[in-house]
Design a protein around this ligand. Structure first.
Ligand SMILES: [Zn+2]
Length: 399
């Protein structure tokens, strides 16, 4: 057993389902908070559980550089190390290697890059990226892909897409030969309880005989034909799930949607589909409506640290002086622990005073807003009301 995916309901193109991973059952469509270095910045794991986070992301590039894969492996993999019993997905490291490194050198074999921490030289190949991800031990891991800049000419994009397909085959080969080496057998001396409501990612499945699942990534830039070819080649290699990568890189939003919609047509309906690195609250609703099952984005956490909050009344920039004496809640329609307890004036004061608590509370609210939004999407799909929900969301005032 690695994963299994069941679609329980659908509405238009949208699907509501369950993704069973070795560490948790996940209700889809799902939003995955990003925990770059083994931490969703500012939010302790027990609060993530209370918010209903079913699966979180870890970044292979960051964890590989610090504290190092061997250390994480020794401490029971990422689950044991960060005391998180629900599901985890790691990216392949490719995106950071390409986005954080100006001095990288790409060959067919792999990528040489410099650490953003100390300038030391490192090398990632499909094989070493798999080795790192097996050592980290997430439930779902990603094939190593090349991420191109945007905009990019078609010849360069084609060459990159073709190399990504060859790298996907190498990723799978290495994974199949080494997937039993996952560090799930080690038992931590710490017994950490799982808090939060039952049935929301709490289910612990037997990890004894299970392995990770490796997903393939579709590339091809903003070219529908290249995307189609990338999908066909990746499906031919065969993966239990497929991601659409290389989006949200500066292209206009209409183009993102167009590429997602056209690429989804070429992906198997019975496998989970993951769009990497999106988006705003209305975008994640829109993409779920197109039939996307999984999404992740740094936006709710990163924006929160800059005082930008997503609410049912649109975006709120809490740093503004207009909130200095506002005794009302951040979002009157939000049931999160921040909106239930604190005023806009207090949140504004914390931000203006550069208090750590500002980042913590802002992040908790934004994540809560995203996770609640997806919960409502799932509920609407189960009732067959997807289109009505979309219409009501889009009629919101935008600031
Ligand atoms: Zn709230």
């Amino acid at each position: 057993m690695s994963i299994s995916f069941h679609i329980d309901s659908s509405s238009g193109q949208a699907r509501g389902g369950r993704l069973l991973t070795p560490h948790a059952e996940i209700e889809t469509p799902v939003f995955m908070p990003v925990g770059t270095v083994g931490s969703v910045k500012g939010v302790p794991q027990d609060i993530l559980e209370d918010l209903g986070a079913q699966i979180i992301l870890g970044n292979t590039y960051h964890l590989y550089l610090r504290p190092g894969v061997a250390t994480v492996r020794k401490l029971g993999g990422l689950h044991g190390f960060m005391a998180w019993r629900r599901a985890i997905l790691t990216d392949s490291g490719g995106f950071q290697v390409f986005s954080l490194n100006e001095l990288r050198k790409v060959t067919e074999e792999g990528v040489t890059f410099r650490s953003h921490l100390d300038g030391s030289s490192h090398f990632f190949s499909p094989e070493s990226a798999m080795e790192a991800q097996i050592g980290l031990g997430a439930d779902i891991i990603m094939a190593f892909d090349e991420c191109t800049e945007y905009p990019v000419d078609r010849a360069r994009m084609r060459a990159s897409m073709e190399m990504t397909a060859r790298w996907a085959a190498r990723s799978k080969k290495y994974f199949e030969e080494h997937k039993r080496e996952v560090p799930w057998g080690e038992v931590s001396s710490l017994q950490f309880p799982v808090s939060g409501p039952k049935g929301s990612g709490n289910q612990k499945l037997e990890t004894g005989n299970s392995t990770q699942s490796l997903f393939g990534i579709i590339q091809g830039g903003m070219d529908r034909e290249l995307r189609k070819e990338s999908a066909e080649r990746t499906i031919e290699i065969g993966f239990p799930g497929y991601a659409i990568g290389g989006l949200s890189v500066g292209e206009p939003r209409e183009l993102t949607r167009e590429i997602i919609e056209s690429t989804l047509e070429h992906l198997p309906k019975d496998k989970p589909r993951y769009v990497m690195g999106v988006g705003t609250p209305d975008e994640i609703v829109e993409y779920a409506g197109l039939g996307v099952d999984m999404m992740d984005c740094v936006l709710p956490t990163r924006a929160a640290r800059h005082g930008l909050l997503f609410t049912s009344e649109g975006k709120v920039s809490i740093k503004q002086a207009r909130y200095a004496q506002d005794s009302g809640p951040l979002d009157p329609k939000c049931g999160c622990r921040v909106c239930q307890r604190y005023s806009r004036a207090y949140l504004r004061h914390l931000y203006a005073s550069n208090e750590v608590l500002a980042q913590v509370l802002n992040t908790i609210h934004n994540l809560s807003f995203y996770l609640d939004t997806m919960r409502r999407v799932r509920h609407s799909i189960s009732l067959g009301e997807e289109s009505r929900f979309l219409a009501s969301l889009w009629s919101r005032p935008k600031s």
